[in-house]
Design a protein around this ligand. Structure first.
Ligand code: ADP
Length: 435
């Protein structure tokens, strides 16, 4: 902005000249000039103060000056104030729009600061989390004391967790809520809360049905198996068609028994929480036991089965659970790898000090489109099934649940024709020592 100081200069010179002339007539030209300059300077300070006061005010009307340098400054400040006001109005309108949108949103939304302070929340969040409007500004983990919920808040897990509703005491209709924490802005987070009571009830009904049906089927199947075995024993080997048919029935009954056992195992896992056992399991010992169990099968299939025992780790957890996990993975690797292939089992610590138990095979691999669904109950890869007709599709579901019970996860990498890598990642808190 180019300052037009000519007006000020002209006023000053004209005033000074006029006063000095008057002073000359009265014989005090210098005094008159001096007093004029003093008054002029004080007057300019006063105008400056006026300009400053106006600049501080929120209203943009009543611009104090129009002419000269001060007029120019006032005009400039007027434009800046107008722009700022327009920006503020637009931000306010946007905020209002966002609030209206989020208020009609059927799920709860909470904006959290980096320190987990509640910055804002919609009405629905109040009801779902059992909070009150006055809780704004408070630390959310101190209001909602729920271990799983607090874990989501600390880690900011983007995957949703289902927890018992913190509002259950005041509202019995909401039993379960699903909570998800998403990054929001620079370091804030958005907590999305959804009522999943009906979904969870439906899922519980399904689980109960499977569990009850499995229990009911167990006894008739045991009876059937007994009779088939008895008939098989009493059928002469000369009667090949009958004994062949009985063997087929026996195999199918066995498959059904395995399935029932696995379904019951899954039901148990659904009920149970996190494994809190402090028993120390030496991975080395697990590997030795599994080598004894599987080496014969590997040899029979002309496969190399190698256990890498170089890293000696110990973990806390349930030994039988970890054996189940590894048995399933090694069993699968042996089943789905052709003769002359290799299955390698190893254990190491990753860069986050988590324990990684890996089962790697050189089998036919799994196409990427199946990977995300492998741990679903009964999910089997159609193109691989020819190789293991006895499978139930429940093994990896059990593996996933057992690992979850140990706060771990199953990671699967595979590509068709190149084999598969199944990794069980267990948290650093479960690693006991490295000896
Ligand atoms: P199943 O009893 O059928 O083996 P799982 O749940 O253990 O059930 O495995 C699910 C499916 O994943 C299997 O049917 C198989 O198609 C595929 N699968 C599992 N492990 C492997 C592997 N190591 N190589 C190739 N495919 C595998």
């Amino acid at each position: 902005m180019n300052m037009d100081w000519k007006y000020e200069r002209n006023v000053l010179l004209a005033g000074l000249l006029g006063v000095c002339l008057l002073g000359l007539l009265l014989g005090y030209a210098a005094w008159f000039g001096l007093v004029f300059m003093l008054v002029y300077t004080l007057f300019q300070f006063h105008r400056l103060q006026q300009l400053y006061d106006w600049a501080q005010k929120a209203d943009i009307d009543n611009v104090p000056f129009e002419l000269g340098l001060f007029g120019q400054l006032a005009q400039h400040l007027f434009r800046v104030k107008k722009q700022r006001l327009a920006r503020r109005e637009s931000a306010k309108a946007q905020r209002e729009r966002f609030k209206k949108l989020v208020d009609v949103y059927p799920d709860g939304v909470v904006i959290l600061s980096a320190k987990n302070e509640i910055q804002w929340m919609n009405e629905r969040a109040l009801g779902l989390l059992g909070l009150q409007k006055a809780d704004r500004g408070k630390i959310i983990d101190q209001l909602l004391r729920h271990p799983r919920l607090n874990k989501v808040l600390q880690l900011g897990a983007e995957t949703a967790v289902v927890v018992e509703s913190p509002a259950l005491e005041s509202n019995w209709a909401i039993e379960k809520v699903e909570v998800r924490a998403l990054p929001y802005g620079d370091d804030a987070r958005l907590l999305l809360v959804r009522d999943v009571t009906r979904l969870e009830r439906a899922s519980q009904v399904r689980k109960d049905f499977i569990s009850n049906a499995s229990h009911e089927l167990r006894t008739p199947l045991t009876v059937m198996k007994g009779y088939v075995e008895m008939l098989l024993a009493s059928t002469s080997s000369a009667d090949k068609p009958v004994s062949h048919s009985l063997q087929k029935v026996d195999q199918q009954v066995l498959k059904m028994q395995t399935m029932i056992d696995e379904l019951l195992q899954l039901s148990k896992l659904d009920e149970g929480g996190v494994d809190n056992s402090t028993a120390v399991i030496k991975v080395h010992d697990l590997f030795e036991q599994l080598e004894d169990e599987f080496q014969a099968l590997a040899k029979a299939k002309s496969l190399v089965l190698a256990f890498d025992l170089s890293e000696k780790l110990a973990l806390t957890g349930n030994k039988n659970s970890l054996l189940t996990v590894l048995r399933n993975l090694i069993g699968n690797a042996l089943h789905y790898t052709e003769a002359k292939g290799e299955v390698r089992i190893s254990c190491r610590l990753n860069d986050r000090a988590e324990a990684v138990l890996a089962v790697k095979d050189t089998g036919r691999g799994i196409s990427a489109r199946h990977l995300a669904r492998l741990t679903e109950r009964f999910y089997r890869v159609p193109e691989n099934n020819v190789m293991n007709k006895a499978g139930t599709g429940l093994g990896l579901a059990i593996v996933k649940h057992e690992l979850e019970r140990h706060e771990g996860e199953l990671q699967i990498k595979s590509s068709v024709g190149e084999g598969s890598l199944f990794q069980c990642v267990l948290p650093a808190t479960r690693v006991v020592r490295k000896n």
